[in-house]
Design a protein around this ligand. Structure first.
Ligand code: SF4
Length: 396
């Protein structure tokens, strides 16, 4: 799969949700959206040619507008970004996946028509829960009625959509989660992401949450009920009707290149020897200043590992962890191909560390191709698996 994707970060939000750690701001705290769009166009024009030098082809197999709340931009602003990419030679492949994240209540009939017209192929809806009691604790401004109206609008137009469910919320129990999954399936989604609420230890929302074993049961229930509804898990938190997996997210989990534009956006480009990860500054002002400073440069050269925390060379550990998150798994031949010159013993070293996890029932060994996979128990305890499969450079 020789895929490449572009991620565009749109940081505007109607509210700041109580649990969120994405790079985002309330709309009133950012420059007007047309100013942000012109900075995106500037980044595409100045950095695009350098990105193109690193990738085999600038055909985009996926384009993802994430946030924040991208649907707070007008359709014409989203179209301007697509056109700026195309002007720079980043054409969409035939059948490319183009995703727009949508907050319930921000889509109208006419904006949906305009998004469909410009080639958005997939809408990802931040539903979170169908229960007003739990929605209110997240701090989101939309109501369950807004979620239902947005899902009905998408369904009635025949649009492909995914949505997010959040579980492990304060006061939520198994029966509530079962009800959320039942309501979700009523809309016939082809893709769904289910996330357990993750918070720092002293966060106020930890009060009243179900104990860990009940949260694990919630996740099992979600997996089982979604499977009955035809959605199969293909990553730790993601489920799809076969054939409707998120192609953009698969780039992240299968070591493919992507370019992230906008504040805080992450990139991974196939720069020798194993690829380079870097990310943009987290505020509009610092992003703008960095763009001005690096105009005309292959800007990642400026990010020396010792000088910047926004740069890292890809090493075996992140590859192992991201590969294990998906049901493709960690494939022996891919590890060997990527790292054989520097770490010829790596597959054997992985095996040495993986065997105790296999014996504990956290990993599974599969064939054709030979690979390691997380077991059902391993999905629930992924961090326990990742820890021994973390390789410091001088360990391998
Ligand atoms: S709308 Fe999304 S990005 Fe914005 S604060 Fe809420 S969870 Fe975070």
């Amino acid at each position: 799969m020789g895929s490449f994707g572009v991620y565009v970060h749109i940081p505007y939000c109607l509210q700041i949700c109580t649990y969120c750690d994405f790079v985002k701001f309330e709309k009133k705290d950012l420059p007007p959206t047309d100013r942000y769009v012109s900075l995106l166009e500037q980044e595409i024009a100045s950095r695009g040619p350098h990105v193109q030098q690193t990738i085999p082809s600038s055909i985009m197999h996926s384009l993802y507008f994430g946030g924040g709340t991208p649907s707070l931009l007008s359709p014409s602003e989203i179209l301007s970004v697509i056109q700026a990419l195309e002007k720079q030679g980043f054409q969409r492949a035939s059948g490319a996946e183009v995703t727009l994240e949508v907050n319930p209540g921000t889509l109208t009939e006419s904006s949906l028509d305009a998004f469909l017209e410009m080639g958005i192929t997939r809408f990802s809806v931040g539903a979170q829960t169908f229960d007003e009691r739990f929605l209110s604790v997240t701090g989101r401004k939309h109501s369950v009625g807004d979620t239902v109206a947005t899902l009905e609008l998408l369904r009635d137009r025949g649009a492909h959509f995914s949505f997010d469910l959040l579980f492990g919320l304060p006061g939520q129990h198994l029966a509530d989660v079962r009800n959320d999954v039942r309501r979700a399936l009523e809309y016939g989604p082809k893709h769904l992401s289910a996330y357990c609420l993750t918070l720092p230890e002293k966060h106020r929302l930890n009060k009243g949450r179900a104990p860990d074993d009940e949260q694990a049961q919630m996740f099992d229930l979600i997996c089982d009920d979604l499977a009955v509804g035809g959605l199969v898990r293909y990553e730790v938190s993601n489920f799809a009707v076969p054939g409707f997996e998120s192609r953009h997210n698969l780039l992240y989990w299968s070591d493919r290149p992507y370019w992230g534009i906008g504040i805080g956006a992450h990139s991974y480009l196939p720069i020798s020897p194993w690829g380079v990860r870097f990310w943009n500054p987290p505020t509009v002002r610092s992003w703008e200043l960095e763009m001005a400073r690096t105009t005309g440069m292959a800007f990642w050269k400026d990010f020396e590992p010792s000088a910047s925390s926004r740069f890292s060379c890809t090493k075996p550990s992140p590859i192992s962890h991201t590969a294990l998150r998906s049901t493709r798994g960690l494939i022996d031949t891919e590890v060997l191909l990527k790292f054989s010159s520097a770490f010829p013993d790596l597959p054997r070293e992985i095996e040495r560390r993986a065997l105790p996890l296999l014996n504990e029932g956290l990993l599974v060994r599969a064939e054709k191709p030979d690979r390691w996979l997380l077991s059902k128990a391993g999905h629930a305890l992924a961090d326990r698996v990742f820890e021994p499969l973390t390789f410091l450079k001088d360990e391998v």
